[in-house]
Design a protein around this ligand. Structure first.
Ligand SMILES: *[C@@H]1O[C@H](CO)[C@@H](O)[C@H](O)[C@H]1NC(C)=O
Length: 154
């Protein structure tokens, strides 16, 4: 009897582990992938396309205030779609080159995406919810206070 219940709790744990894994793919990139940004999709290999059928664009949002915000938009070229995404800003210069920078504003449409707290930051990455095909997602990003230096979106 004891052994039986041990076995069944082990198999429940394994099942939960698999469910967690599947959910992490459907519901965006898990925090463990913040640095590498490589999706851990067990059954698929990366597909290299050069040039990629997607464009990640960033532009300053015009305002009358002293704060600078950036419009970060990912869109698919000529009728292509994407299912998942993971967007961050990285520092290009200084002691903290390659650090994940700044923070995203709350996501307007929570069906599309959610923010992630990558190490040493809060709301410093954004990833998809659900893996439905998308053509266009757009977010607002704030640089760190008093930031001086170069950065890029990835
Ligand atoms: C961000 O840029 C996209 C693409 O140009 C545009 O459609 C969207 O309205 C812009 N959003 C903001 C908040 O500026």
């Amino acid at each position: 009897m004891f052994h039986l219940s041990m076995l069944s709790s082990v198999s429940v744990l394994l099942l939960l582990d698999q469910i967690a894994k599947i959910q992490s793919l459907v519901y965006g990139t898990p925090v463990e992938n913040c640095r590498s940004m490589i999706p851990q999709h067990d059954y698929y290999l990366p597909q290299w396309m050069d040039p990629p059928p997607y464009i990640l664009s960033a532009s300053v949002i015009p305002t009358n205030t002293a704060t600078t915000q950036f419009n970060v938009t990912l869109f698919a070229k000529h009728g292509a779609t994407f299912k998942g995404f993971f967007i961050q800003a990285r520092s290009l210069t200084g002691d903290r080159a390659d650090a994940i920078l700044g923070s995203f504003d709350p996501v307007v449409d929570s069906r599309i995406a959610h923010l992630i707290n990558c190490p040493d930051g809060a709301n410093n990455a954004v990833t998809h919810n659900l893996n439905s095909p998308k053509r266009f997602v757009t977010f607002v990003w704030n640089p760190p206070a008093n930031f001086e230096g170069k950065f890029y979106f990835v």
